[in-house]
Design a protein around this ligand. Sequence first.
Ligand code: UTP
Length: 270
Amino acid sequence: MEKKIISKAIFPVAGLGTRFLPATKAMPKELLPVIDKPLIQYAAEEAINAGIDTLIFVTGKNKRAIEDHFDANHELEQALISAGKIKQAEMIKNILPEGIDCVFVRQPEQLGLGHAILCAEKIIGDEPFAVLLADDFLTSGGEQTVSKLIKSFEESQKIKLSVMEVNGPEISEYGVVSFDKNGNVAGLVEKPSFRDAPSRLASIGRYILTPNIFESIKNVESGFNREIQLADAINLLAVKGLVEAVYFEGKRFDCGSVKGFVEAIKFMSK
Ligand code: UTP
């Protein structure tokens, strides 16, 4: 069988989730359910639907429940079957469809998103890969975001950022794309003021990255709290013309915040 260009996805899930304390003290925020399904499962399904067969979770303290969620649970399946709950048994079995592998890597310290991705370097090897931040909950009427990014990657083989238009002052909560005079991505400006924002296009939690990002991450200087930002590493490649933006047209909810999470639930219960 022909090997897919992108078969691996990284799910960085090692963040502390401080905006959602105390809920996230012992429970990973990625397991917060939007109605009846955890955030991480929505993200995993998006990756699997895009043809990805290796899910790499970069985990930290208190994240073991994510491993349990994707692990087989034959006892539960059998108990459900014995109770005649065949539909539920199937649902549990299909959390991880056949042919999909899960790999768990530990980020020993919370040193930022760039560092989390570097923790998966050996597992990725020398191939392009997707990154999904599960707390960015996306709904798109048509094609899902990762599929769209992969298609676009196949055309140009460049790093892909998923971007959405943000017109109000809330732009200052995002990494905002700057463009050069030819309209090419020049970089990401982290959390600019509304006035200084270089564009109205904000980067959201879906990426296709190329393996040269690892060298780039190693060349980034750590910032506040010794964190290594992915945006800084992307910027080193953007100046070489290696980064492109792909427009996201659905709805995005920041489920790492209580407000975004509540809005997502309201939206999904309509
Ligand atoms: P966030 O900025 O949402 O940080 O990270 P956080 O720690 O998860 O949440 P708050 O801000 O304290 O509430 C963006 C993504 O990067 C991952 C997070 O799990 C999230 O998916 N991340 C962040 C890591 O995996 N490791 C880190 O060191 C930092």
